[in-house]
Design a protein around this ligand. Structure first.
Ligand code: ZN
Length: 288
C-alpha cells in the first residue's frame, strides 16, 4: 500500500504541474465519474489545487468539483509531458486529467469519484480520518490540511487500548499517513514490540512514537525528488548505502543493523500484512 509520504509527494508534484491550468482533456473508465462529467464538464475548468488527505488524493476544479481518488494497494498517479510515452499500458488507465502541456494519469486507481465541495465536506471516509502526519509539512500553496494535532492522535490511540500498537499505527482513523513499511520502521526506531497493546504504553511512549512517525514521513517527503514512483528512495536509516535504506522491513532472517539479532516477521491483521521487527531491540512488551 502506498504510504502517506508517497501520496503527499504525488499531490505536491501534480499540484506544481497542474494548478492554475485549464483542463483540456478528461477521461475515466468509471461510469459513475463519466456520468457526472457529462452533466458537469470538467474540460474547460481550471485545476485549482491538488492535495493529499491521508491516502486520498484530491484534485479540485473551479466551480466546486473535486476528483477524489484512493490508490489502495496498486494504484499510482503519473504525470507526463503531453507527447511523452506512458510507462504503463493504456488499459491500466482509470482516470486522466490533461492540460495543454501535461497529462496526469491515475493507473489502476481503484477508487475515483467526482464530488461537490459540499459532498467533500460531508464525506464519511474523509471525516473519519485521524490527524494527518504530514499536515505540518504542508505549505500555504496546498490547501486541505490543518495543523497536525498530536494530542488528538493520543486521544484516538487511547480509544483503542486493546489494539496492538502495530495495528493502531496503520488505522487511518487514528492517525493518517502510515503504511506497512513505515509501521515496521517506526516501531523499530521507537524500540517497541509491534504487538504491544496500546494500554501497555504510557503517554510519553505514545508521544515519542508520534514524533518519530512525523519525523520519518516528513524526512521522506523532503528528501525525495519529483518522482511519483513508489518506494523510490524511501529511507529510514540515514545510511548513504542504497542497500541499507531500511532497518527491518523486508529483512526477515537478516542480522539487525544495530545488534546483529535475526530480524523476524509475521503476517498480521485481516490483510495478512507483514510485520518485521528485531526481537532484541524491540523486546516483548511482557518483559518490559
Ligand atoms: Zn536489533
Amino acid at each position: 500500500m502506498p504510504e502517506g509520504d508517497t501520496i503527499f509527494r504525488a499531490a505536491r508534484t501534480l499540484h506544481s504541474v497542474l494548478a492554475g491550468n485549464e483542463v483540456t482533456r478528461f477521461e475515466s473508465v468509471y461510469p459513475s465519474v463519466t456520468r457526472i462529467a457529462e452533466d458537469h464538464p470538467i474540460v474547460g475548468r481550471t485545476i485549482e489545487s491538488v492535495s493529499a488527505r491521508g491516502k486520498h488524493l484530491l484534485i479540485a476544479f473551479s466551480g466546486g468539483l473535486i476528483l477524489r481518488t484512493h490508490m489502495r494497494m496498486n494504484g499510482s498517479w503519473h504525470i507526463y509531458p503531453i507527447d511523452a510515452r506512458w510507462q504503463r499500458p493504456p488499459q491500466d488507465m482509470r482516470v486522466l486529467v490533461g492540460t495543454r502541456d501535461a497529462v496526469a494519469i491515475g493507473f489502476n486507481v481503484p477508487i475515483a469519484e467526482l464530488l461537490t465541495t459540499r459532498q467533500l465536506h460531508r464525506h464519511k471516509e474523509l471525516r473519519a480520518l485521524g490527524p494527518d502526519l504530514l499536515a505540518r509539512a504542508d505549505n500555504a500553496e496546498e490547501p486541505g490540511n490543518g495543523v497536525f494535532d498530536k494530542s488528538e492522535v493520543i486521544r484516538r490511540l487511547r480509544a483503542h487500548t486493546r489494539s496492538a500498537i502495530g495495528d493502531a499505527l496503520l488505522n487511518q482513523r487514528i492517525v493518517a499517513g502510515i503504511g506497512n513499511v513505515f509501521k515496521s520502521e517506526i516501531l523499530f526506531l521507537a524500540g517497541l514490540d509491534p504487538f504491544t497493546p496500546v494500554s501497555a504504553l504510557n503517554d510519553a511512549d505514545l508521544d515519542r512514537l508520534i514524533e518519530i512517525s512525523h519525523d520519518q514521513l516528513a524526512a521522506n517527503v523532503m528528501s525525495q525528488t519529483r518522482t511519483l514512483s513508489r518506494h523510490v528512495g524511501r529511507r529510514t536509516t540515514r545510511s548513504l548505502n542504497p542497500r541499507e535504506k531500511l532497518w527491518v522491513y523486508g529483512r526477515r532472517g537478516k542480522p539487525c543493523r544495530r545488534c546483529g539479532a535475526a530480524i523476524r516477521s509475521t503476517k498480521t491483521g485481516v490483510d495478512a500484512r507483514l510485520t518485521y521487527w528485531c526481537p532484541a531491540c524491540q523486546p516483548s512488551y511482557s518483559s518490559r
